[in-house]
Design a protein around this ligand. Structure first.
Ligand SMILES: Cc1cc2nc3c(=O)[nH]c(=O)nc-3n(C[C@H](O)[C@H](O)[C@H](O)COP(=O)(O)OP(=O)(O)OC[C@H]3O[C@@H](n4cnc5c(N)ncnc54)[C@H](O)[C@@H]3O)c2cc1C
Ligand SMILES: *[C@@H]1O[C@H](CO)[C@@H](O)[C@H](O)[C@H]1NC(C)=O
Length: 481
């Protein structure tokens, strides 16, 4: 027993080195250059057909980058499987030839997750876009990775059910692979995953279970480094009888956050609560032709029955008034509510419009909510001192907030200042028991911060898991760890 444990521990200690060795052993040169790819392309064609494989330069470029500022790293080839069997067959070919596999949803990630750092094969999951099993009475549905939230909710229309995850990206694909937010995680139950060697597994059969480790949780947010997710069973919710949205402005960040804490403490089942700082609301006013006061603001949404809502709303109003909030501006009808939330969803574009021709980079630190006012105040000071444009929008209920950094990518000094700013911001969050990423994931840019956040021992455990599932380090190499 003790011996076995010792061996196991030794195993955990040596595995990370194995990963490092593997990583450096993968030749940095493109696989296409070495000719090995040509040998496999016909094997790919046999699986997915001629129109399921592309070596075209423009197509590869398009699949080598996401919405982030990371530079494009095109894969050597792009494939479009249509089923889990095809994903598995393609993975087996890659495994045999030691070709990296990079899963691709819609390329709207924000951390450079789809770049082919070591060349290899991009698996675009766009053609796998079916809604497979809807179990209305069990409140769940199984979907393929190409199904978007919008498409899913269109499919669910008339069933009285919906998938509620509020999504800010207009094009974002499937939630499971990329959505790292804890708020996204809890909506997934069972996953079908293809591992690096082509093995197909299911992570959890039953919604309530005590059977073994929670593999669903392991694969959600693994950013393509552990396997290709080919199906997910998602939890659904009843469409609420009534919805009300509201906007309220505050004299200070502290007052807005205090209101949020008091609303949560009062047990009000608030559906959405979003914070916008003065710079952000000003940008939204301009971009979406609105006229909210330019001060810290909360956007709120309540879901429930008509009677339940009345109560929720009146308690919330009392709380915000107690924190010197303005009168609520209410939106009950669908049109006004849609206009309000569209303004919030367009925040990214509103920020970009502040400086035409510039690019944006969104930070996403998250801290315990009690530390939120402090970190936002310090961060705003940092932005001003360093002459940076960074409107702030946050999911305050979770302690998560974004600085939408608008920068001129051709100004090296500004790029450097933004880089240093984001590192200071992440370290500020870590010092307050927070995380460097609440939603967007680690990708390329936050690997060093992940190490600082978790420490070497937890990192070794993660590397051990990676080595156990993907011993040849083929799944999206160069990311996360
Ligand atoms: C305007 C805008 C607003 C956003 N707002 C939010 C927000 O509010 N909350 C939030 O959490 N995020 C937000 N994001 C970021 C978010 O992470 C992405 O938009 C989205 O989740 C990425 O999905 P995708 O399919 O395009 O992923 P991609 O960019 O295609 O891929 C992202 C990562 O997931 C991996 N991956 C993709 N598909 C699979 C698969 N089937 N199996 C295994 N791995 C896979 C890729 O290899 C890559 O590492 C926003 C982005 C934008 C541009
Ligand atoms: C496993 O993790 C997923 C994702 O976080 C979650 O939805 C599921 O409920 C968990 N399963 C159990 C049995 O706790």
């Amino acid at each position: 027993m003790a011996l076995a444990l010792l061996r196991h521990m030794r195993c955990l200690c040596t595995l990370p080195r194995t990963v490092a060795a593997l990583q450096s052993s993968i030749d940095k040169r493109s696989y296409a250059e070495r000719g090995s790819l040509e040998r496999v392309v016909s094997a790919f064609r046999a699986v997915v057909g001629d129109d399921g494989v592309s070596l075209g330069a423009a197509v590869r470029e398009q699949h080598g980058k996401d919405e982030s500022v990371h530079s494009c790293q095109p894969p050597d080839v792009v494939v479009w499987p249509r089923s889990v069997e095809e994903v598995s067959a393609l993975a087996k070919i890659c495994h045999h030839h030691r070709l990296p596999i990079i899963p691709f949803g819609t390329g709207t990630g924000l951390e450079g997750g789809v770049g082919a750092m070591k060349g290899g094969v991009c698996f675009s999951l766009r053609k796998m876009d079916s809604v497979l099993d809807l179990h209305q009475e069990d409140f769940d549905v199984t979907v393929e990775p190409g199904v978007t939230r919008k498409a899913l909710n269109a499919y669910l229309r008339d069933t009285g059910l919906w998938f509620p995850v509020g999504w800010c990206s207009p094009t974002a694909a499937w939630l499971p692979p990329a959505r790292r937010a804890p708020t996204g995680r809890r909506h997934q139950v069972n996953l079908e995953v293809v591992l690096a060697d082509g093995t197909i597994i299911h992570t959890q059969r039953s919604r309530k279970t005590a059977a073994g480790y929670n593999l669903t949780n392991l694969f959600v947010g693994s950013e393509g480094t552990l396997g290709v997710l080919t199906k997910a069973t998602l939890r659904l919710y009843g469409v609420p009888e009534a919805l009300v949205s509201a906007v309220c402005s505050f004299p200070s960040v502290q007052a807005a956050v205090d209101s949020t804490v008091h609303i949560l403490q009062a047990g009000i089942p608030i559906a959405r609560i979003e914070f916008l700082d003065d710079v952000m609301i000003d940008a939204c006013n301009r971009y979406s032709a609105l006229s909210y006061p330019v001060s810290p603001t909360l956007f709120l949404e309540f879901h429930g029955t008509e009677r339940g809502l009345e109560e929720q709303v009146s308690i919330t109003e009392e709380i915000t008034q107690g924190n010197c909030g303005s009168d609520f501006s209410w939106a009950r009808d669908t049109e006004t509510r849609a206009r309000l939330w569209k303004a919030r969803h367009d925040a990214w574009y509103a920020a970009l419009a502040l400086r035409p021709g510039c690019r944006a980079y969104a930070t996403d630190v998250c801290v315990p909510i009690s530390h939120l006012p402090q970190i936002i105040v310090e961060t705003k000071k940092d932005l001003t001192e360093n002459h940076l444009t960074g409107p702030i929008a946050g999911h305050v209920g979770d302690g998560n907030f974004h600085c939408l950094m608008v920068l001129d990518p051709h100004d090296p000094d500004e790029v450097k200042r933004v880089h240093h700013f984001t590192e200071r911001l992440a370290r500020r969050a870590l010092a307050l028991d927070g995380t460097c990423t609440g939603e967007h994931g680690v990708g390329l840019g936050k690997r060093a911060l992940l190490r600082e956040e978790l420490g070497p021992l937890a990192m070794e455990v993660m590397q051990g898991l990676k080595a156990a599932l993907d011993p040849k380090n083929l799944m999206n190499p160069g990311k996360v760890l």
